[in-house]
Ligand binder design. Structure first.
Ligand code: ZN
Ligand code: FE
Length: 256
């Protein structure tokens, strides 16, 4: 049973922020802060006081509002160890296998480099929830800017090993474009077709397609399905290893 309340809010053109709130203690965390006004507005709307900010990676759409929010709220800021570009304002830093406690709940840190080399994800095992930043999206994965396909594939495999019921909060609404691409490499997947149709309707109503679940992503997200026989046949890569199939799917998406 989830103890925490989760509040998703949009910012910039296609980003999502999330507030995590413990109703018992009042402790409230946010994942990333690309725009101070949006985060402070969400806090005001909920009547919650920010105690912690958890940063996934250094990109501006995840960090630009950090200092302003830190000054406005006095929150503790947690983020990745220095692996690529420094992030100003971090109080505590983590890497793979690290953890901390939030409102009595263990928060595990999973390093998922690839999109950037400093990417970390936050896993709330007791809540069956993970925050995947720009590593894993609904029906997609992050573009590889700083790492390489082998690094990204290894990172995604860590997320694939989480329990199937895990709720996946990612940082962007890219789902309709992701669905179009997914259908191009996995056209016979009936579960994917049904899901893509559902997302069309949700977006037409302005509803977010985040969060997702690991079970749904494993069944429909092509970037997690390198071992799928139908995808391998479609790509003409029946004998290739999973990492090579993943790299080809990522390459195709970059040129889609
Ligand atoms: Zn990013
Ligand atoms: Fe981003």
């Amino acid at each position: 049973m989830a103890r925490f309340e989760y509040h998703l809010f949009p910012y910039l053109s296609d980003n999502y922020g999330v507030l995590i709130h413990d109703p018992d203690s009042g402790a409230t965390a946010a994942v990333d802060c690309g725009e101070a006004g949006a985060l402070l507005g969400a806090l005001e709307q909920k009547g919650w006081k920010l105690t912690e900010l958890w940063i996934t990676h250094h990109h501006p759409d995840h960090t630009d509002g950090l200092m302003e929010v830190k000054q406005a709220t006095g929150c503790l800021v947690r983020g990745p160890e220095l692996k690529s570009k420094p992030i100003a304002g971090l109080d505590e830093t983590y890497w793979d296998g690290g953890s901390f406690t939030f409102a009595g709940e263990r928060i595990g840190v999973i390093a998922t480099p690839g999109h950037t080399t400093d990417m970390i994800n936050f896993h709330l095992a007791g809540e069956a929830t993970v925050f995947t930043g720009d590593t894993l999206f609904t029906l997609g994965c992050g573009r590889i800017f700083e790492g390489d396909p082998a690094m990204m594939w290894q990172s995604l495999q860590k997320l694939m090993a989480l329990p199937a019921e895990t709720v996946v909060y990612s940082s962007h609404e890219y789902t309709l474009a992701n669905a179009k691409f997914a259908l191009s490499v996995d056209p016979e997947n009936a579960t994917l077709k049904a899901r893509a149709g559902k997302f069309e309707a949700m977006r037409a109503e302005g509803r977010p397609t985040v969060p997702s679940t690991m079970a749904e992503e494993l069944a429909t997200n092509p970037f997690l399905r390198a071992s799928d026989p139908a995808i391998r046949v479609h790509l003409g890569m029946e004998a290739a290893d999973d990492g090579a199939v993943f790299a080809e799917i990522r390459r195709r998406k970059d040129h889609f």
